[in-house]
Design a protein around this ligand. Structure first.
Ligand SMILES: [Fe+2]
Length: 357
């Protein structure tokens, strides 16, 4: 895979290699802090990968990124491998994925809406739509911005012969079918979850009355993700931290509030299945659920919990501030109380939270 490095070097003072790569890919790129509905996001023909796709380069964070890809009915994407980590969530449809090392046997597993799985670092992989009558749409979350910006060489990233046998042993036929296992409270190691929308979570009262949570270690990687569920009529205290998180709503509904300075203007975004939020570096944000059903989210965190040291490199490692409820601008509470009471519900008062998240 060749790239005109001279052309990029001329512009590299203003343009990261990740952003240059997005130009070369020539599919739509969505930016900002919010995607309203990833299920219906317009896509473009994607010549490199096949299918139709669009990149998510949210909050200009240059840390983690993502893309949405749709595989036509009865179709498939082209095989690829790359030196960045990737976790995929199936938005709609059903199909299968093959994963292999060069010269090795192919492991295959099937997925459907709600499944999520990780692609082992630099392993070959290829996705197939299992339906002849409807497209399949997937969301990928990756560490591509970090990798591309660090090495700015596409051959190194996309055509690198190194095989990580320690991470992915193709003799382990249950690699994508095992149940997984717990690594203690609120953490689970697995490479595949059949339906993340119904995956059993652990309680985490410190996050609020009825809050539930699970962190995942996948494909022996360092790309952290977690599922968090806000219980009805609660909200998570505002906080801010380094960039890197991309959070998809799985079920329930609510709203997000973001602001760059205490006392300054606040931006509100509506949350519902398919909405994505991504706070900018050190931007205050809070999740609110004024509804009678839980609000479940999956957060791709750009690091965070892994077997190689909890908190290393993730947004929480750079957390610098939490806004306790009693220090919040009173209009934040008032808006939340109003939302709950307009639905005939009484808000649940939250304990003061101990940590970021
Ligand atoms: Fe956060």
């Amino acid at each position: 895979m060749r790239v005109n490095h001279e052309r990029w070097r001329e512009r590299s003072i203003k343009l990261s290699f990740w952003d240059y790569w997005l130009e070369l890919e020539d599919i739509p790129v969505y930016r900002g802090n919010y995607v309203e509905d990833v299920y219906t996001l317009p896509l473009g023909d994607w010549s490199r990968l096949g299918g139709r796709g669009a990149y998510l380069s949210l909050a200009n964070q240059q840390v983690t990124g993502g893309y949405v890809v749709e595989i036509d009915r009865g179709g498939e994407l082209k095989p690829e491998r790359h030196l960045f980590e990737k976790i995929m969530y199936v938005l709609s449809g059903n199909g299968s994925t093959q994963v292999w090392q060069k010269g090795g046997k192919r492991l295959s597993f099937e997925w459907q809406a709600g499944s999520f799985f990780a692609i082992p670092l630099n392993a070959f992989h290829q996705h197939f739509n299992g339906s002849g009558s409807r497209p399949a749409r997937l969301l990928a979350a990756t560490t591509a911005p970090q990798a591309l910006n660090a090495y700015h060489n596409l051959d190194f990233i996309f055509d690198n012969p190194f095989v990580f046998r320690d991470r992915f042993d193709t003799d382990r036929s249950d690699f994508f079918s095992g149940e997984g296992h717990s690594w203690g409270k609120r953490s689970w190691e697995t490479n595949f979850v059949s339906d993340v929308r119904t995956f059993k979570l652990d309680d985490w009262e410190a996050k609020g009355v009825g809050a539930r949570h699970m962190r995942f270690v996948m494909a022996d990687g360092v790309y952290g993700c977690h599922i968090h569920e806000l219980s009805p009529v609660t909200y998570v205290q505002a906080h801010r931290h380094g960039a890197g998180a991309m959070i998809l709503m799985l079920s329930g509904s609510g709203y997000e509030v973001m602001y760059t300075a205490r006392g300054g203007p606040r931006q509100r975004y509506e949350l519902h299945p398919g909405a994505i939020i991504s706070p900018s570096n050190m931007m205050y944000h809070l999740h609110a659920n004024p509804n009678p059903e839980p609000l479940r989210q999956i957060a791709f965190r750009g690091g965070g919990f892994s077997l190689y040291g909890a908190g290393v490199g993730g947004p929480e490692a750079h957390m610098s501030e939490l806004v306790p409820y009693d220090q919040e601008d009173p209009s934040v509470h008032e808006e939340f109380y109003r939302e709950c009471r307009s639905r005939g519900l009484e808000p649940v008062l939250m304990p003061i939270k101990q940590g970021p998240g």
